[in-house]
Design a protein around this ligand. Structure first.
Ligand SMILES: *Cc1c(COP(=O)(O)O)cnc(C)c1O
Length: 414
């Protein structure tokens, strides 16, 4: 008997549904030979800035470029320390290193999987010192701390009020890694209003990698900001450091957003709010189904101050590897985001972190599983996923091999 199968992600359906509009973009580019820059890029940039509630959006080649250029344009210099979390994709720290800076890590809140502002405070107050010339210096590396990169992981924003307050107090730049959070919102208790991902820090980075909530048909990214000088600087850096053709103010990069990708993204952007709403409905349905599962599955925690857009639906179980193998056998796709925390990656051996240094991240990394999540996921498919998860857990509990996943509350609770 062949299984119907439930993919982890369905990238085909939305493109088939929009095929005519998307093909028209490609034809327009062919007929005008407008491949680099031009109105398709500018129009998408304007529309994406409006979507994020920012003054500016600057299209670039990828999310990694977006973060690197944003850090550089925001004033991160070679030799600086940039503080981030280890529970993220390596592009976050690649961008920091490629800007010439050194990543240092603070742990996450184990319920939201995002930067724990209290851990950030602890790092800034106890792991750093004020040097003779008044700069905040990391004791670990003896280098000046310049910026914080909170990552809005899985489509949920980090708790920004406290992060911004600490940044303000220690005179640090905040650049959001919003690569998984297009359209996510955060209720700032301080400003008493909802803020969109990408509009909170000095600048933010977005990725339009195909699998993201807003994905190109290839590589693409954008920097958002309210600062016109920063936007101008990113425009220059993405285009070989030139403000005017062949007049190079600085050495830059070939990091532009392709016009065809911009045109395709503009078509898809019209559907993003609806797709995000569908993701939220799918998440609510999973939550509802898991309520009836006796065995412990820690479902995503969405605080009252958050409106997540569920780029991923991540649960936590004991024997994650067993569950993944079981679901695979049933034709159900899953993912792990991410199995090895960055501070323990071989690539970062030279940073000298040890197992146990960032325990909340390490515990999460061993237990998290991302279940199928995409806007056209059907309730029937979800019922089948949860049915199989329950099936696996019941069999495990009977044999007494399963320990309950118990999570202690941490951080803010409302
Ligand atoms: C996807 C992603 C990036 C990098 O984006 P690319 O477009 O692949 O370069 C950076 N940070 C996070 C958290 C991501 O998920």
């Amino acid at each position: 008997m062949s299984l119907p199968g439930i993919p982890f992600l369905d990238l085909v359906t939305p493109h088939v549904e929009l095929e005519q509009e998307l093909t028209a973009v490609f034809q327009k580019a062919l007929h005008t030979a407008g491949f680099i820059g031009g109105p398709m890029v500018e129009n998408f940039e304007k529309a994406f800035a409006t979507f994020c509630g920012t003054e500016h959006a600057v299209g670039v080649g990828s999310g990694t470029d977006a973060l690197r250029f944003a850090l550089m344009a925001a004033g991160v210099c070679p030799g600086d320390v940039v503080v981030t979390v280890p529970n993220t994709f390596i592009a976050t720290t690649e961008a920091i290193s490629q800007a010439g800076a050194l990543p240092e890590f603070v742990d996450i809140d184990e319920r939201t999987y995002n930067m724990d502002p209290e851990k950030l405070r602890e790092y800034l107050e106890t792991q750093c010192a004020i040097s003779a010339d008044g700069r905040l210096v990391s004791k670990r590396s003896n280098r000046p701390v310049r910026a914080i990169v909170p990552v809005h992981l899985y489509g949920q924003m980090a708790d920004m009020d406290l992060i911004l307050e600490l940044a303000d107090h220690f005179n640090l730049i905040v650049v959001e890694d919003a690569c998984q959070a297009h359209g996510a919102q955060y209720f700032s208790r301080k400003q008493n209003r909802w803020l969109a991902a990408g509009s909170v820090g000095k600048a933010a980075a977005f990725s339009f990698y195909p699998g993201k909530n807003l994905g190109a048909c290839g590589e693409a990214g954008a920097v958002t900001t309210n600062d016109p000088a920063l936007a101008a600087q990113v425009r220059m850096i993405r285009d070989h450091g030139q403000a005017k053709k062949y007049y190079h103010n600085v050495e830059g990069y070939n990091g532009r957003l392709d016009a065809i990708q911009a045109g395709l993204l503009h078509v898809k952007l019209q559907h993003l709010a609806k797709w995000n709403e569908q993701r939220r409905e799918r998440a609510a349905e999973y939550n509802r189904l898991f309520e009836n599962v006796e065995n412990p599955v820690a479902t995503p925690y969405e605080p009252a101050w958050s409106r997540a857009v569920y780029h991923l639906y991540v649960v936590r179980v004991d024997d994650r590897e067993g569950l993944i193998a079981f679901l695979k056998n049933e034709g159900i796709g899953t993912g792990i985001h991410y199995p090895i925390p960055l501070h323990l990656q071989t690539a970062y051996r030279a940073l000298n972190y040890l197992p146990g240094d960032l325990p909340k991240t390490e515990q999460a990394a061993a237990q998290i599983v991302s279940l199928p999540m995409f806007p056209t996921l059907s309730p029937e498919q979800q019922a089948s996923v949860v049915h199989q998860v329950r099936h696996f857990l019941e069999a495990k509990t009977k044999t007494g091999l399963l320990d309950a996943v118990r999570l202690e509350p941490a951080g803010r609770t409302s």
